[in-house]
Design a protein around this ligand. Structure first.
Ligand SMILES: [Fe+2]
Length: 425
């Protein structure tokens, strides 16, 4: 582990981070983390209704968006539940970056209707908000009081997930991100018991996603897998999930973006997103997420898009410390042969990510970035990373500000080398 341009105080903080992450690895190893029952394919929603019926639930709250209801996307699940004697109650007030006010609104409906289960039907926002509703319903605590780790004493209501995007992996993670009502600062609610009992991945639900959203959410999943892969607390199990996710995404994300109706590619992306979620739930994330969260807070840059733009920069920064890990990715994804040597292989992988971004139409820069915001963005990102992420190479303030500065400019200013895309094995 190396750190350049770091002050003595920052080096002390890095040591603290390494100790904290060692403790985190121990804690995560001890926690019994079950896996949701995974249902994949066009019959997944019916299978999910069977599983909910087996639990003898009477009334479930479906947490979703008004758009999903308007487009009739949830009709199949609603019918399947009704046919099995389960009453669906619809809460369709979810919007991007859900606030505690939204969680409270859904929770009020859940209580009024005496629901005994919760089904999230949507992207990460619906799943995150629904998880917190399920935890708050059984614990006499306001959702705002659940911020932190394991703040609810009682087991949450049975929770199920039907993702309609392939990216967040929230159907298999134990953390929810909820925004404060006024400041819109992000708060984390972490409870391993809020993990979905079952997740239904139906590729037809993702058919209507446009190429931009498909690309951004897919790059979010790729970032989860790569940050989990280069994490210093990765395990053989998380490595397996991360590698499988990376292989699936490199092969199928361009396909899903170029032809939204390619159900094989959609299904592969849904599985990849799930696997990446499994990987980062235990191996955690890194600087890409830390910086991207700040870009979201400052400029409203969508999470996946921010990750995609920042990912090559952080990989370039981390390349020295993560060289063998990145080289292995190049070999495992068919980009190069071991004879090329680790340094060249690691570079091949980073170049491949840059080429993938270009192919997906993702800019290399953040046009909104203002010079005067850079110190604040760096401060926020470093704070998040120091407390939460096991990174292979630490960043001091000067390193971080320089990296963020390199994101400035109009998209066409930066010239990246043309790299031929190679299909992953
Ligand atoms: Fe993410």
């Amino acid at each position: 582990m190396t750190a350049s341009n770091a002050t003595a105080f920052e080096k002390l903080q890095f040591t603290g981070n390494r100790l904290l992450m060692r403790g985190m690895k121990l804690a995560l190893g001890i926690l019994p983390l079950r896996e949701p029952k995974l249902l994949v394919g066009i019959s997944a929603q019916n299978q999910l209704a069977d599983i909910i019926a087996e639990r003898s639930l009477q009334k479930v709250l479906i947490v979703t968006t008004a758009g999903i209801i308007r487009r009739g996307q949830a009709d199949e699940l609603i019918r399947a539940l009704e046919m099995r004697g389960i009453t669906p109650v619809i809460y369709d007030g979810i919007s991007p970056d859900p606030t505690f006010a939204i969680v409270n609104e859904g929770l009020d409906l859940l209580k009024r209707e005496n629901c005994d289960g919760v089904v999230a039907f949507g992207g990460g926002s619906a799943m995150d908000a629904a998880k917190v509703m399920a935890v708050a319903a059984t614990n006499r605590r306001a959702p705002e009081k659940l911020v932190g780790i394991l703040k609810g004493l009682r087991k949450p209501l049975p929770f199920y997930a039907v993702p309609t995007t392939a990216g967040t992996g929230s159907e298999t993670t134990v953390a929810s991100v909820i925004s404060q009502d006024e400041s819109h600062a992000k708060s984390f609610v972490v409870d391993h018991r809020s993990l979905a009992l079952a997740a239904a991945l139906d590729p037809r639900l993702m058919e209507g996603l446009g190429p931009d959203l498909t690309a951004a959410t897919g790059m979010d999943a790729l970032t989860h897998a790569i940050e989990a892969w280069i994490s210093t607390i990765s395990t053989p199990e998380t490595d397996r999930y991360a590698l499988e996710a990376i292989q699936l995404i490199l092969e199928h994300l361009p396909r899903a973006c170029e032809n939204g109706s390619d159900l094989e590619a959609r299904e592969a992306m849904a599985i990849a997103s799930y696997k990446a979620g499994r990987a980062f739930t235990q191996s955690l994330l890194g600087y890409v997420h830390a910086i991207s969260h700040q870009l979201g807070a400052y400029y409203g840059i969508p999470h996946g898009l921010g990750n995609a733009i920042v990912l090559p920069k952080v990989l370039a920064f981390s390349q020295g410390a993560a060289r063998s890990r990145l080289a292995k990715l190049a070999i495992e994804t068919g980009l190069g042969e071991p004879a090329a040597g680790e340094t060249a292989l690691a570079q091949m992988f980073v170049d491949h990510i840059i080429a993938l971004n270009r192919r997906l139409g993702i800019p290399a820069t953040v046009a909104e970035l203002q010079d005067e915001d850079i110190p604040g963005i760096a401060k926020g990102a470093l704070h998040e990373a120091l407390l939460n992420y096991p990174v292979p190479r630490h960043m001091g303030r000067r390193d971080c500000e320089r990296l963020i500065k390199s994101l400035a400019g109009e998209p066409e200013v930066e010239e990246y080398p043309e790299v031929e895309l190679i299909q992953a094995a």
